[in-house]
Design a protein around this ligand. Structure first.
Ligand code: FAD
Ligand code: AMP
Length: 476
């Protein structure tokens, strides 16, 4: 039997950064709002926050920070005159801290839902026609039918599978498993050297694993600026991360506790023997069991929900945002779409500028960029001027003992408008915000060059790179 419940102005399916943000904004705009979320924590308890908070951005950053401290104390502290004896890794505490960070934040979302009067349906939503969604509660029992004037699909993405490498959640896992190893693997293999692969590889390398990343492409991070990717590759190699390019994994054989990974290099098949294997070959949109056909919601050829420039699907009154639609699979892209879509429903005219979405890779130093790379501008045949500044010449980077990075500013040759900013530096994730803001206001490289930057800071490297666009850096 299906129980009928009340009508909502806005029903969101999925409570990741896209969905929970959309729900909060909808409630702020005065809509009667509900959100269905099926995610459960390892103890089986329903939780909000989606991939990002539970098994993505947040736990990975918690482990990246903890492992950075460990590595820094073990390898870098000595140069600062700090000697630590008896350094020991307490992985159980590190993992428990990560879990606590996650718990605090997911409970925070539950608190925000309560504060905004958002109804949380703890179960899985399935679209029906006529603006209805059937929700199967997580504890079982009869499904509920909810109707809504506006439905926002924010069901996110799930790890892509690799044929021949089945996840067994023991020796072979996806990113979720790799955030919860209870011991440091001696030999760790990672398939895919994209963002998730290198971040997870960094965590375990810093904690002592021998890490090999097998990457099918011949170029590492093709969408990053080539100079930045090259500098980062050199530094990661120095840290002991082995990134093997042009290696396409074909399959895996388990021999006792060992994983024998077969990969093709040109015409030959080679083998890598590891203790644990992580599959990090990308993510795919999550529309399983969502009932898209019944509701008239079309998918594109790659399985993403088809939307127009305003996140409207092919079905009247149904919208889709975040990882389940095309575009960068990033939390801030999802949440900005969530805000924009609800504001449009409320009659406002917001716009998300997809050309200004910052990318960040949380290696150490971090990689961050906004706008096209130099090679992309060349391919486009765009006339530009570039300025670069190495951290070797930065006073603050010297003081920190972190001189491996660089900053590059690319500006239109004629108008001087900033087209792209590319950073490889500690805290690049924070530094990039200045570039995004400058570009959002159509700033020129000269505007950046004329902006006072505090001294000594890493941000001065952006200032100097902007000066270098006009050939007048001061400290180089
Ligand atoms: P999700 O966060 O995937 O949330 C979708 C939610 O919908 C899930 O909770 C799911 O349970 C729920 N759901 C699905 N189907 C249904 C249904 N039928 N009924 C009810 N609920 C349903 N991005 C960054 O920007 N920065 C980072 O540092 C970063 N690090 C990452 C690290 C890792 C290891 C991973 C895996 C991802 C990382 N990402 C990062 C990507 C980021 O997590 C995603 O881009 C983001 O979570 C997408 O948000 P979303 O709201 O679209 O979907
Ligand atoms: P991302 O798209 O950032 O999530 O990264 C996933 C990476 O996995 C990409 O760089 C892909 O080229 C890589 N990849 C996909 N399939 C394979 C494979 N069979 N063997 C090795 N690498 C792969």
């Amino acid at each position: 039997m299906t129980l009928a419940v009340e009508h909502y102005d806005c029903l969101v399916i999925g409570a990741g950064p896209g969905g929970y943000t959309a729900a909060i904004r909808a409630a702020q705009l005065g809509m009667k709002t509900a959100c269905a979320e099926a995610f459960r924590d390892p103890a089986g308890k329903p939780v909000l926050g989606g991939t990002c908070l539970n098994v993505g951005c947040i736990p990975s950053k918690a482990l990246l920070d903890s492992s950075h401290h460990f590595h820094h104390i073990a390898h870098e502290a000595k140069a600062h005159g700090i000697t630590v004896e008896g350094l020991r890794l307490d992985l159980a505490t590190m993992l428990a801290r990560k879990d606590q960070v996650v718990r605090t934040l997911t409970q925070g979302i539950a608190g925000l839902f309560k504060k905004h009067g958002i109804t949380w349906f703890q179960g899985s939503g399935r679209l029906r026609d006529g603006g209805q969604v059937e929700i199967s509660p997580w504890e079982g029992g009869a499904p509920l039918t909810v109707s809504a004037s506006h439905i926002i699909i924010a069901t996110g993405s799930v790890p892509a599978a690799l044929p021949g490498v089945p996840i067994d959640n023991d020796r072979i896992c996806d990113s979720t498993g790799a955030l919860a190893f209870t011991e440091v693997p001696a030999r760790l293999g990672i398939i895919g050297a994209g963002i998730i692969g290198v971040e997870l590889g960094s965590v375990w390398r810093r904690l002592g694993s021998e890490v090999v990343l097998l990457e099918a492409l011949e170029t590492w991070l093709p969408s990053a600026d080539t100079d930045i990717a090259r500098a980062a590759a050199k530094e990661l190699k120095r840290q002991g991360l082995q990134i093997r390019l042009g290696c396409e994994v074909q399959g895996v054989e388990r021999q006792g506790q060992e994983m024998h990974v077969a990969y093709r290099v040109g015409e030959t098949i080679e083998w890598l023997v590891v203790d644990r294997l992580v599959v990090a070959v990308g993510r795919r949109p999550n529309t399983e069991g969502l009932g898209v056909e019944a509701a008239g919601v079309k998918l594109d050829a790659r399985g993403f929900i088809e939307v127009d420039g305003q996140c409207r699907t092919t079905a009247e009154g149904i919208y889709a945002i975040g990882d389940v639609v095309a575009g960068p699979m990033l939390a801030h892209k999802a949440s900005e779409e969530g805000v924009a879509v609800t504001e449009r429903i409320a009659g406002q005219s917001p716009a998300v500028d997809h050309g200004l979405i910052p990318w960040v890779i949380y290696t150490w130093p971090e990689i961050a960029w906004v706008g096209p790379s130099e090679q992309a501008l060349q391919l486009e045949g765009r006339a530009y001027r570039g300025g670069r500044f190495p951290l070797q010449a930065s006073g603050r980077a010297r003081a920190m003992g972190e001189t491996a990075g660089l900053v590059k500013v690319l500006a239109d040759a004629k108008t001087d408008r900033i087209l792209g900013v590319h950073i490889f530096a500690p805290q690049a994730s924070e530094l990039i915000a200045e570039a995004v803001l400058a570009m959002a206001f159509d700033a020129s490289a000269e505007d950046l060059a004329r902006t006072v930057h505090a001294h000594p800071t890493l941000a001065e490297a952006i200032h100097e790179a902007a000066l270098a666009v006009d050939g007048r850096p001061i400290n180089l």
